[in-house]
Design a protein around this ligand. Structure first.
Ligand code: FAD
Ligand code: GLY
Length: 400
């Protein structure tokens, strides 16, 4: 990952210095959302600064499995589902553009998802069959077809399988790296190892960001700080985002690569080049504890082996964890905040990689006054009447 070297500090304001950096737009957070938006805005001719506490992609965006999968978990149509479909359709061109601009291959593959269940046959179709009626590709697979899709690996105990042909994958760490590099090539200044302390409000208008290196002044400011989006407790409104930990395990297969994503109710298995498979992911409400636990790893491995029994012969490569930015209703928060000049692009929970291109486009439209659609379903205003305690009382789940 390219980072600003310490020598860049010469161009940064030192702590206590009155010399401020100025930009049209300041973005807090250099994850996939902040980098995608910065790149988009720079492409539209704006001067952009990204303030990143560590380095681009340091948190959830590099931990993600990289599923571009609006269909495989959608039980009904909704504004969120439509947003996901729209964003998935943008990824192929994004991958090409990013490769041309940066030389980084982001691993986009429209390999589809085989969703399986051990439960009685018919349940998956009852849950997802509505999508066929909506004209989307989803097909029932028999045992022979499932075996062919998995190189003969799928468990004989699977009772039903659906194939979502249009679902895709990407390497999320490489995607974020490519977005950051492309953004810099377009003129974005990424301030790595700089922490935002608070938003600068003057007469109820956001004018910039106070950082541990001094002020960054901007006409418009975006909070894209992921699970930490509520870092400024002095704001006159609450940013209702909380962390949900996801643990992930990488395994090395013996034999042929897995041709497609395979998913059960308990685990998803994502093929990676070179014979690796990612098994993910836990869903844990444990605050900001970004740790790998033996239980998390053991449960993921058990679920992976139940789905593809010959994974018992796979070798362990590594395990990691990331913190998803979740909102009370699990939809992102996009658009203006109650403070003029301050925008929100956060709360993407389990779908930030999927939703990055559409988020960049919509937020850039909002910031440049060219938004031609209603963002109300994703506005922070939808939480106004909710009590604060509803933010953290959902029961814990184990798997995604
Ligand atoms: P982050 O990537 O967390 O970026 C926020 C950045 O803000 C961080 O780099 C952080 O250092 C910085 N920051 C925070 N506070 C400050 C501050 N005060 N000052 C400066 N910088 C600050 N999504 C999918 O679409 N598909 C998947 O398959 C998928 N799988 C996942 C699997 C796991 C295990 C996890 C954990 C997540 C997964 N997700 C997936 C979700 C996805 O990773 C997130 O929705 C997405 O990365 C959120 O991006 P972000 O930029 O908002 O947050
Ligand atoms: N979208 C996959 C996950 O969040 O685990």
């Amino acid at each position: 990952m390219e980072q600003n070297a310490p020598s860049d500090l010469g161009t940064r304001p030192e702590a206590g210095s009155s010399r401020a950096i100025r930009a049209d737009v300041a973005i807090v957070g250099g994850g996939v959302i902040g980098c995608a938006l910065a790149r988009e805005l720079a492409g539209r001719g704006l001067e952009v600064v990204v303030i990143e506490r560590e380095h681009p992609g340091a948190e959830a965006s590099s931990a993600a499995a990289g599923l571009l999968a609006p269909q495989a978990e959608a039980l009904r149509s909704s504004a969120f589902f439509e947003l996901g479909l729209e964003s998935r359709a943008l990824h192929a061109a994004w991958a090409e553009e990013l490769f041309a601009e940066t030389g980084i291959a982001v691993g986009y593959r429209p390999c589809g998802i085989l969703r399986c269940t051990f439960a009685d046959g018919g349940r998956l179709w009852r849950d997802f069959g509505w999508q066929a009626g909506a004209g989307l590709p989803v097909a029932v697979e028999d045992g022979a077809a499932m075996a062919a899709r998995t190189g003969g690996r799928v468990s004989g105990r699977i009772r039903e399988g659906l194939f979502f042909r249009d679902e895709a994958i990407v390497d999320s760490a490489r995607l974020t790296q490519a977005l950051a590099r492309s953004a810099e090539r377009r003129g974005v200044r990424i301030l790595s190892e700089v922490s935002a302390r608070r938003f600068l409000l003057r007469e109820h208008v956001c004018r910039g960001v106070e950082t541990d290196r001094g002020p960054v002044e901007a006409d418009q400011v975006v909070d894209a700080a992921g699970a930490w989006a509520g870092f400024d407790s002095g704001l006159p409104f609450e940013v209702p985002v909380h962390p949900v930990r996801g643990q992930m395990v990488e395994l090395r297969l013996v034999g042929r690569d897995l041709p497609t994503v395979v998913q059960s109710d308990d685990v998803y298995l994502v093929p990676r080049p070179g014979g690796s498979v990612l098994a993910g992911a836990t869903l844990e409400r444990v605050g900001f504890r970004n740790e790998v636990t033996l239980r998390g790893v053991a449960d993921l491995i058990a679920a992976a082996v139940a789905l593809l029994p010959d994974l018992a012969e796979a070798t362990f490569v590594r395990a990691w964890a990331g913190l998803r930015p979740a909102t009370p209703d699990e939809w992102p928060i996009l658009g203006p905040s109650p403070v003029a000049g301050l925008f929100l692009a956060t709360g993407h929970y389990r779908n930030g990689i999927l939703l990055a291109p559409i988020t960049a486009r919509l937020l850039a439209d909002a910031l440049t006054g060219s938004l031609s659609r209603d963002l109300a379903p994703f506005s922070i205003a939808r939480f106004e009447s909710r009590p604060a305690e509803s933010l953290s009382t959902a029961p814990p789940q184990v798997f995604g």
